[in-house]
Design a protein around this ligand. Structure first.
Ligand code: NAP
Length: 378
């Protein structure tokens, strides 16, 4: 029987070994095997693209609905990205979303209509589930994580009751991610009492095929289902702090209005803030807080960490989706238009990439943090 380096039979550690398909040789994996649930959708495709040459992760499994199951990935997917489908992934056979795939971490980019039960089944079976769907985000024992904002909230997984090392970690709604990153340094330095946000969200945020072209070309739709509530509640949870194993929400009053606009990628948000500092906060102080924002996770130099998570532009008509969404490989939040406000203390505009920072890239960064912090064994 084949033994590993400690003399244990390798069959006990199937995830740690891979058999060469041509000559049957068994190799020990050096990368963590990962899978994608919902691999054929908008976010699933981004995950495939970003995982293609990942230094720590090896994409072994792609899963989707019954309609895609059994086909090669390249035949099942309606690929919409500008880079080609990675060869190795294109050849993988799409599986159904059942917890019997050969990997340790699963990224869930499932439609929310099915994500809840499938993600729980994977966690019960011992998988580390990193979810982009809304279903479990607000549950007490589920971390809702942006690594630069609240990495410490990962400790909530210790309160989860899944067996065999299984867990669920979520990332916030795509528009919440840009907002929370932009306001975190301001909340830390000055405190925030009230916040108003008006979002202009891209079409890809609605998945594929999403909003019909005749509805969105030459138009703006001033409604996105459930989005305003997510902006208000998830932001409070992400900015909150963990005390005795429970998140204490950040006590900010938030008013959100969300619009769907005819842009392919990138959410723009107009934000106004009233501080709780009890004194006048100058625009220079705000820019300094953004420029000097250096959260502890930056020191870990994770593969997907942007060098500059926040980038402020002085140009009067920046940031713009077309020009700035790809900065730092789509992981930066671009800021501009900082001014005083006659109703609030200040107002500004932010931009973030919804399928990279707001979804796939943000989820991969969480996975890197989990591995680096020793939460994942394989
Ligand atoms: P999408 O393009 O509609 O993709 C949905 C995926 O779910 C597809 O792979 C689809 O597989 C799969 N699926 C649907 N029904 C299924 C079933 N019954 N069983 C198994 N798989 C099923 O949606 P998306 O935009 O990628 O979003 C995915 C998730 O991420 C959603 O929960 C969304 O809210 C969230 N999210 C999206 C964004 C964004 O910017 N788009 C940002 C943040 C979070 P088939 O192709 O086989 O049908």
């Amino acid at each position: 029987m084949l033994k590993d380096e400690e003399g244990s039979p390798v069959e006990n550690f199937p995830d740690r070994y891979i058999r060469d398909r041509t000559d049957g040789t068994l190799y020990m994996r050096t990368k963590v095997p990962v899978g994608i649930l919902g691999a054929t959708g908008s976010v699933g495709q981004r995950l495939v693209q970003l995982l293609a040459k990942h230094p720590w992760f090896d994409l072994t499994s792609v899963c989707a609905s019954d309609k895609s199951q059994g086909k090669r990935y390249k035949d099942a997917v309606n690929w919409t990205l500008s880079t080609p489908i990675p060869d190795d992934t294109g050849k993988l056979v799409v599986q159904t979303c059942e917890p019997n795939i050969p990997c340790k971490i699963v990224f869930s980019a499932l439609a929310s209509s099915v994500a809840g039960t499938i993600e729980k089944a994977f966690a019960e079976a011992g998988y580390v589930v990193i979810s982009m769907a809304k279903n479990h985000r607000m549950e007490e024992e589920i971390p809702l994580v942006i690594p630069e904002v609240n990495a410490d909230s990962l400790e909530l997984v210790k309160t989860q009751k899944f067996s065999k090392g299984g867990m669920i970690v979520t990332k916030p709604n795509c528009a919440v991610i840009g907002l929370a990153l932009a306001v975190k340094p301001l909340a830390l330095e000055f405190g925030i009492e009230e916040l108003s946000v008006v979002t202009m969200q891209s079409i890809s945020g609605a998945g594929y095929p999403g909003v019909p072209s005749l509805s969105i070309v030459d138009n703006i739709i001033p409604y996105i289902e459930d989005e305003e509530e997510k902006l208000e509640t998830e932001t409070q949870k992400v900015l909150g702090s963990v005390k005795n194993g429970v998140v204490e929400k950040y006590p900010v009053k938030i008013s959100a209005q969300c619009m769907r606009v005819p842009v392919t990628e990138g959410h723009l948000e107009a934000v106004s803030i009233k501080f709780s500092a009890g004194r006048k906060v100058t625009l220079e102080e705000i820019k300094r807080a953004w420029n000097e924002f250096s959260p502890p996770v930056q020191e870990l130099k994770l593969p997907s960490s942007p060098v500059r998570p926040l980038i402020y532009f002085e140009q009067v008509d920046f940031p713009q989706p077309k020009l700035h969404r790809e900065l730092e490989k789509g992981m930066a939040v671009s800021l501009g238009r900082l001014e005083t406000s006659s109703l609030f203390d200040c107002k500004f505009v932010l931009l973030s990439h919804n399928t990279i920072r707001g979804a796939a890239g943000g989820a991969i960064l969480i996975a890197e943090l989990l591995v680096k912090k020793g939460y994942v064994f394989w």
